[in-house]
Ligand binder design. Structure first.
Ligand code: PBG
Length: 328
């Protein structure tokens, strides 16, 4: 008889056995929840394009952070919406800026929650770009080196406020090195840098720009974010950030970039995070709201795939819900 043996079929038949041989395991300890903080008191303004997410005033943010921690989420990533914006994004590096105050409040109420801060200027500049502008040959562009100074100051004020990790998302050249030097000089040698190593210019950031009130007022971010046709360039970015002293790398967005995650994973021994961004969240939410997808199944499948591709950490707006589903 010429029938081949198909032993794998027997493994597939039994749930406990499948569990034992699962190559990829998603756990609440993999997750980071992004949160938005705005000025005011008692505020939780719903973000329309990201159902279930809010712009919180600091008092409410603390409650949301506690809830996430209780669900088993070990870390949050904070984004600020400032009370006023200017050309230099000065609230981004103000000692009493919105994120700095939020960090103090969250760390004092939930000391064991890991607080990561987004280091960028685009939410704080009146033009919505990730650094101050200059003119080159009649074109307004971001002044890379002037931005470095301001980004390093922002990271320093976050560290002084008690941030556990700083995460520069601006994609200026040399920012990891600049931030490392400034943090070390001030004695914050133990504050790690999670760098957005490969951040692609993506249509999937749309809902976030509503949430953070940060769309660019002219042009777009293709001058400094990566072109999604460039896969190999991620390796160069990852190497550069590692050489400048990054402690963790990040790829963003996640789902359309699983190849990039796998590539950076093979290339670098540093811990790797993937950002499952606002548009990826919004797609799932919208389909689920219409009854077109089983939300729980789809979300667990997608996030497990991000881990399978090689991410150690997943930054996702589903973090709290996922931690509950996974039974922390
Ligand atoms: C700021 C920043 C952005 C996101 C994270 N940090 C927006 C952007 O670059 O336009 C997007 C996150 C998301 O879509 O969930 N530079």
């Amino acid at each position: 008889m010429g029938f081949p043996t198909r032993r794998m079929r027997r493994l597939r038949g039994s749930a406990p056995l499948r569990e034992m041989v699962a190559e990829t395991r998603l756990a609440p300890s993999d997750l980071v929840l992004p949160l938005f903080v705005r000025p005011g008191e008692g505020e939780a303004r719903p973000i329309e394009s990201m159902p279930g997410n809010f712009q919180y005033s600091i008092d409410r943010l603390v409650g949301a952070a506690k809830e996430a921690a209780d669900a088993g989420v070990p870390a949050v990533l904070l984004f600020g919406i400032p009370s006023s914006k200017d050309s230099q994004g000065s609230e981004a590096y103000a000692e009493r800026g919105i994120v700095q105050e939020a960090v103090r409040a969250v760390k004092s109420e939930c000391p064991s929650l890991v607080v990561v801060t987004d280091v960028c200027l685009c939410e704080y500049t009146d033009h919505g770009h990730c650094g101050p502008l200059k003119e080159i040959r009649g074109r307004r562009v971001v002044d890379n080196d002037a931005a470095l100074e301001l980004l390093a100051r922002a990271a320093l004020t976050h560290a002084e406020a008690g941030a556990d990790v700083v995460a520069p998302s601006d994609m200026m050249d040399g920012r990891v090195g600049a931030i490392r030097i400034v943090l070390d000089e001030a004695g914050h040698t133990d504050v790690p840098i999670m760098s957005y190593a490969a951040k692609y210019a993506s249509a999937f950031y749309g809902p976030f720009r509503d949430a953070a009130e940060s769309p660019p007022k002219f042009g777009d971010r293709r001058g400094y974010q990566m072109d999604y046709r460039a896969g190999r360039q991620a390796a160069l970015e990852a190497d550069a950030d590692a050489a400048e002293g990054a402690d963790m790398l990040m790829v963003k967005p996640a789902l359309a970039y699983l190849d990039v995650i796998a590539d950076v994973r093979r290339r670098s021994a540093l811990p790797l995070a993937a950002y499952h961004v606002s548009g990826e969240y919004a797609m799932l939410k919208a389909a689920a709201a219409n009854g077109w997808l089983d939300e729980r199944g789809a979300v667990i499948e997608v996030t497990t795939a991000i881990k399978r591709a090689g991410a150690d950490l997943i930054i996702t707006y589903y973090a709290e819900q996922l931690a509950e589903w996974l039974g922390a």
